[in-house]
Structures are given as C-alpha cells and as structure tokens.
Write a protein that binds this ligand. Structure first.
Ligand SMILES: *Cc1c(COP(=O)(O)O)cnc(C)c1O
Length: 397
C-alpha cells in the first residue's frame, strides 16, 4: 500500500508532474521544470496563464465583493450579457459555473419553448455520435456515448443520435415530437472533427422547416478558438440557443447559455436558477476576458498562428504517413488522427516538455492558449516530429 493513499475519487489518473505556476503559454512544475502548454487546461486558458488583465480584474473584485447570489442584481452580468448579445445572434443570456450547466440550461430552454407554444409532447433532442456535452444526466444522454452512460441507470427518454455530418440520418429522426438538435460546430472530445459548413446550414434549414430549435454547443469551439469569436460564424448560420464556457472565463470557472428572445420564451420567472452562476468574481473575470477575446486583433493573431499550425501539422502527416491518418480541426483546436493510441506519445511529448491532449479514437489534440506565437508553435511541432520519428524507429526496429 502506498505511504499515503489518495483521498480523491480515482476517476482521473494524472501524470506525476505537479504544476505550480504559469505565465503565458509556459507552465512550471514544482521542480522548476518549464513546459510549453499546448492544451491550456482543455481550451480554457485562452489568454494564457496568469494574464495580467485577468489577474487585475480578479484581485480587484476579490477585495470588494465575492458573492450575493442571484437574489440580488449583479452589475457585471448586465454588462457581460450586453457584450455577448452585441457579438452574437442572441438577445438573452444566463450565466452558469460550467459548460455542463450551460448545456442543461440550453436543453431545458428548448423543451420549455415547445411547452410555451402548447406542444409539450415535443421533447426529442437529436444529438450526434462522437459528441460531448458534459457529464450530467442530460448531457450524457444528449451525447449518447455508451461509455459515459453505462451503469448509471436507464437512458432518459427523448434523446436520439445521428452520425456526425449525415443529414439524411438526421432527417429520418425528425418527427412530430422533435424539440431540437444539439451539435458542436467542431467536436472536441469526440476527436476534433469540424462539422462541414453545408451540414450546419442544412441543420438550420431542417429546424426552420420543421419548427424546432438548433443548439450549438460552443463550449470548446467558441471564445475565439477557431479564429472567429464563435465557430459557427464560419458557416454563416446562427443557432437559436448556444452554450459557452471553457475559454470565456480564461481559467475562472464560468459559462453561459445564450438564446434569442423567441427561443427563450418559456424561461420565465422561477423556472430556472443558480446560486453561484454569474457571481461578481466570475463576472469581473468574464468581462475582462471577453474584452480581450472580442478584439479583432486577437482573432487576426489566432488566424495567423492557426494557419501556421495547420500547415505544420500537414507536414507532420506527410513525414509520418505510417503513423498519421489525417489532420483535423480548425483554428487553434487541432487534432492528429493516428493509427495507434496517442497516450504513450503524449507522455513522450511531456518528457520533451510539451503538453498536449488526446481525444476521441486515437487523436492527439492541441488547444494552446490563443496568444501562442509562431516560435512556440514551431517548438511544439518539432517535438511532435521528434517523438513520431522515435516511435517509427522503434516500430521498425
Ligand atoms: C468541456 C465541454 C463541455 C462540458 O463543460 P464542463 O465545464 O466540463 O462542464 C460541454 N461541451 C463541450 C463541447 C465541451 O468541450
């Protein structure tokens, strides 16, 4: 038995490193070793680690007022909601603590819309294979991923899944009880797959033609990650409801769901709520973070470095065709689909002081801070090249 047995629920198995400090795209462990962070807490530390603007916003607010609950007005919520709406399709916003709660609220909004319209039988939510929407009951049912559902009792009624990108399969699932469709414009956990723009357009039309709502889960793909503020902007269509989190808080746990006034018509006084969501600390950071994310200059930077990363990963694929099946993703949310389990390669990259993630079936995932520069991208890609070359040499030996 280990000298000290952990009292943490063993649902994770993190590596040995203990990170204690960060600055920009760099992060240091307790031994003083420096790592290049190309996963950013899974697309969360959008502005890098300890960005001065967020540190200032948080510490200033921490000295004033932390929490009152939503039984009182919170000025930062009004301000941030107005900013989100000015920069999106939405008219109204509800603040949450996490992506999962943003998804819950989105799903509830959609069902309540139909109830408000006198159609309470319209409960079916169509999701997609390979999707990820969080770990609550509604979220795991919406995603339908058996590995998240198994052992937690029967599946909830009203959740259906179609293959990602297959509009004919979606059409077959649509009927009189359809309430809405939920989709990530770029699947994150599911393997870094960008939905074809024509597919998103077709879903929008299907929703309009059949009187149901469209939810975009932009928890991972939003907040400037793909080089647009919201990934769906690339497709030129808007949803009725959108869930955001991860990058919008820059590392402070916060999220939101956004909706048109029409889509949110059922969400009236008393039907939904939260104790912590949108508290003054979260709003101080959320406002400061969004002021940065919504700068055209930052998005221009993301597009420049993302193109560089995309090209570099194509090069990796070309040099290691026996290892890499394809490159995936968009902007600074990228994946390399491999022929083997990427976890040992992820560990070898960590040995070379580069942090990356994994996703879906055999996908190595990168989601660095949006402020990453070209030299850091080169460093990361050089490390990937070296580790892949090593892997091929070992496999050949
Ligand atoms: C991470 C994620 C969620 C869940 O967010 P949490 O903050 O972990 O609750 C939902 N949807 C997508 C697309 C995500 O990437």
């Amino acid at each position: 038995m280990p000298a000290t047995e952990s009292h943490l629920l063993p649902v994770y198995s993190p590596p040995e490193q203990l990170f204690v400090r960060g600055e920009g795209c760099w992060i240091w462990d307790d031994k003083g070793e420096r790592y290049l962070d190309c996963i950013a807490g899974i697309a969360v530390d959008a502005l890098g680690h300890a960005p001065p603007v967020l540190v200032k916003a948080l510490t200033e607010q921490a000295g004033k007022l932390w929490h009152t609950s939503n039984m009182f007005k919170i000025k930062g919520q009004e301000e941030l909601a107005a900013k989100y709406c000015a920069h999106s399709f939405a008219d109204v916003v509800f603040f949450t603590n996490s992506g999962t709660e943003a998804i819950e609220g989105s799903l509830k909004t959609v069902r309540k819309f139909h109830t408000a319209n006198g159609n309470p039988e319209r409960i079916d939510i169509i999701g997609f294979q390979g999707s990820f929407h969080g770990r609550s009951y509604a979220a795991i049912n919406a995603s339908g991923n058996p590995s998240y559902l198994e052992g937690f009792g029967p599946k909830l009624p009203g959740y259906l899944q179609a293959p990602f990108g297959d509009i004919e399969a979606v059409k077959k699932l649509v009927g009189p009880t359809t309430a809405g469709i939920i989709i990530e414009p770029v699947q994150g956990e599911g393997g870094v797959r960008a939905a074809p723009e024509a597919f998103l357009k077709a879903l929008r039309k299907l929703a309009d033609d059949n009187g149901f709502l469209l939810i975009f889960d932009e928890v991972q793909s939003g907040a400037g990650r793909t080089g647009k503020l919201w990934a769906h902007e690339w497709a030129g269509v808007t949803p009725d409801v959108m869930a955001v989190a991860k990058g919008v808080g820059g590392g402070f746990p916060m999220g939101a769901f956004l909706a048109t006034r029409e889509a949110a018509k059922g969400m009236v006084k008393g039907v939904h709520g939260t104790t912590f969501g949108g508290n003054p600390l979260a709003m101080a950071v959320g406002n400061a973070c969004f002021d940065e994310l919504s700068q055209p200059k930052l998005l221009e930077h993301v597009n420049v470095v993302a193109n560089r990363l995309g090209q570099a990963l194509e090069g990796v694929k070309d040099r290691h065709p026996n290892l890499v099946v394809e490159t995936r993703g968009r902007g600074l949310l990228r994946g390399l689909k491999l022929r083997i389990d990427p976890k040992p390669l992820q560990a070898k990259l960590r040995d070379r002081k580069v942090l990356v993630g994994v996703a879906g079936e055999n996908v190595l995932r990168m989601a660095p801070p949006l402020i990453i520069d070209e030299a850091q991208i080169s460093q990361a890609v050089d490390a990937i090249d070296a580790v892949f070359a090593e892997q091929m040499a070992e496999a050949g030996a």
